[in-house]
Design a binder for this molecule. Structure first.
Ligand SMILES: Cc1cc2nc3c(=O)[nH]c(=O)nc-3n(C[C@H](O)[C@H](O)[C@H](O)COP(=O)(O)O)c2cc1C
Length: 316
């Protein structure tokens, strides 16, 4: 089994999987702005894939050859289905499979996501089933379901499963994203890893704004292998670049134009309605006089051509 995780230069930065956000289009926007070291797909349900095939997963697993390394994130509660989807991911050319064990959404916790925190044996069975596909298997989870101190037993259990990387969103399922991430637990979690599974990499996630903020955490807490950034990308699409954040308008508008072009290019395969693009406008149109008015105008556009007209005075 080739395991790209072993060859990574550390510390590495990862773009967090975000459903309906980090598809092939937005990942290429981030790539142009400043690429992370590892890409993740949006999460894809294994049972949906097994029963309804491509129809169930839409464009979630579309990727291009220049996205390297890229990990397919899968979720579910049926180990046999996880195995089948992991095999499909290998056939598609993904370099790793990550199992989501942290999603708090009601639709996910019926059978997978954060529900696996309460079903550790099922979590272990899912990991070993996914491994049979031959790709390196990692896990992304939270500290626990209800109480923060659940992390000791839960993370120990996961570390005993011989996974290549464990990403920890430093909150419980109950905390959702409502409290600050528990960065203060990083040293204790690293100590647990040293004791149980020194070969497993640790990636921390939660409230990390950008690379510079991540480097501060790395200096403060020795032993971090990687950091994952999610919503930080909404505030600064250049989050993975070195150096201070820029508030210049032109690079942001150029990025929006690129996003519109990529959306058109991939639309036939992704089949995502134009409405889904609107959530991204606030990333690019902000912090200048008239930004709010322009955002309002963009929200009322019906297609990418109308959006291009709306921003044309900023692109000349
Ligand atoms: C819109 C959105 C969609 C998300 N979808 C996923 C997903 O598909 N898989 C996953 O593991 N986490 C998902 N998450 C959680 C993020 O990966 C990440 O763990 C969380 O946002 C905390 O990191 P942050 O503080 O850097 O944003 C999602 C988060 C957001 C905001």
């Amino acid at each position: 089994m080739s395991n790209f995780w072993k060859d990574l230069k550390q510390p590495f930065f990862v773009l967090a999987p975000m459903e309906a956000v980090t598809d092939v289009v937005f990942r290429h926007v981030v790539k142009k702005a400043g690429a992370p070291d590892i890409w993740f797909s949006e999460f894809t349900n294994a049972t949906g894939w097994v029963h309804a095939g491509q129809k169930a997963i839409g464009g979630r697993l579309i990727k291009t050859d220049d996205e390297k390394p890229i990990v397919a994130q899968i979720w579910g509660g049926e180990p046999g289905d996880m195995e089948q989807l992991a095999i499909h991911c290998r056939e598609l050319g993904f370099h790793g499979v990550d199992i989501n064990m942290g999603c708090p959404a009601k639709s996910a916790i019926k059978s997978g996501g954060a529900a696996l925190i309460r079903h550790p044996e099922l979590a272990a069975a899912s990991i070993s089933a996914a491994k049979t596909a031959g790709l390196p298997v990692s896990v992304k989870t939270r500290l626990g379901y209800t109480h923060v101190d659940e992390w000791q037993d839960w993370l120990k259990h996961l570390l005993q499963q011989d996974i290549v990387n464990l990403t920890i969103h430093l909150r419980t399922k109950k905390e959702m994203s409502k409290v600050p991430a528990h960065h203060e637990l990083i040293p204790q979690i690293i100590a647990l890893r040293e004791e149980i599974a020194p070969q497993t990499l640790l990636t921390f996630n939660g409230d990390i704004r950008d690379r510079a903020h991540g480097m501060e955490l790395i200096d403060k807490y020795p032993g971090i292998n990687g950091l994952m950034i999610g919503r930080g990308i909404f505030h600064n699409p250049f989050a993975f670049k070195d150096g201070p954040a820029s508030s210049e308008i032109t690079p942001l508008i150029e990025l929006l134009s690129y996003h519109l072009d990529l959306f058109d290019q991939w639309q036939p395969q992704l089949g995502r309605p134009y409405e889904t693009l609107k959530r991204f406008f606030k990333i690019y149109i902000r912090d200048f006089d008239g930004a709010k008015e322009l955002r309002d105008q963009l929200i009322h556009t019906a297609n990418t051509d109308e959006a291009r007209v709306a921003i044309s005075h900023l692109t000349q």
